[in-house]
Design a protein around this ligand. Structure first.
Ligand code: KIV
Length: 271
């Protein structure tokens, strides 16, 4: 049983202690108050307000279109539902890549306007200056390497990254750079398990994997995928814990039928 069950608030410092003790870190995405409240009460360590909101909340094909204002709205809603978990907010595409001053200004808006505890951004050496500037301002930064969905138009596909040695070597170097720049953790997305294991062992900061095998220091899943809200997306790395699509569809069908038949509302459900 975890010694950290009774911790009142999860901090970045506690995450590094969890890694040092060999205790795994649990992370899930959330985008609104109601789900964040449930996940926090269930005991999740980290809630990521992911820019996957662009896909699962707004219905866009990619994470590219979501704006800083929209991310701030989602993060504000999540933070209202959270007592214990660490809240990480994704910096959306276009808010940190141009220069490090723009990056810092975007990160400051997220921290001041949402009450979130940290930010996440994608990339390695290309964004290291931005990471340093944000960390210097006192804002905790989570890195994100491997499959970085904001660069989908560069990659052209969502398949496994860093299978070739040159890309694997860049990822190893980037992970060290991100740690030196002051990141408190790094998401490793869709890379070979052996590479993720090697990178995780070579870092003192925790790695959080998604499609990166069991040796990462923690795991993250998108809530809509793991709860089965969208049954069409079934990558190999996904473990689906619920089939909400089926449950919700049958509940709503029953409601429609009860309304049409006049069964709902009954006398007991009326004033
Ligand atoms: O936006 C997101 O949901 C993410 C996770 C896939 C790590 O970045």
């Amino acid at each position: 049983m975890s010694a950290y069950k009774e911790i009142k608030k999860i901090t970045t410092h506690i995450l590094s202690q969890l890694k040092a003790r060999g205790e795994k870190i649990s992370m899930i995405t959330a985008y609104d108050y109601s789900f964040a409240r449930l996940f926090d009460a269930a005991g999740i360590d980290v809630i990521l307000v992911g820019d996957s909101a662009s896909n699962v909340m707004a219905g866009h094909e990619t994470t590219v279109p979501i704006t800083l204002d929209q991310m701030i709205y989602h993060a504000q809603s999540v933070v209202r539902g959270v007592n214990r978990s660490l809240v990480v907010v994704d910096m959306p595409f276009g808010t940190y890549q141009s220069d490090s001053k723009v990056a810092l200004a975007s990160a400051i808006r997220i921290m001041k306007e949402t009450g979130g505890h940290s930010i996440k951004l994608e990339g390695g050496s290309e964004v290291v200056e931005s990471i340093q500037r944000i960390v210097s301002a006192g804002i905790p930064v989570m890195g994100h390497l491997g499959l970085t969905p904001q660069s989908i138009y560069k990659f052209g596909t969502y398949t496994v990254r860093a299978k070739e040695e040159a890309e694997a070597e860049k990822l190893r170097r980037d992970a060290q750079l991100l740690q030196q720049a002051g990141c408190f953790a790094i998401v490793l997305e869709k890379i070979p398990a052996a590479l993720a294991s090697e990178v995780s062992k070579g870092l003192t900061i925790p790695t959080i994997g998604i499609g990166a095998g069991g040796d990462c220091d923690g795991q993250v899943l998108v809530m809509h995928d793991m709860l089965g809200i969208n049954n069409e997306f079934k990558p190999r790395f996904l473990r689906q814990y619920l089939n909400l699509q089926e449950l919700i569809t049958s509940a709503v069908k029953q409601y429609i039928s009860d309304v049409k038949s006049g069964d709902f509302p009954s006398a007991g459900e009326s004033y």
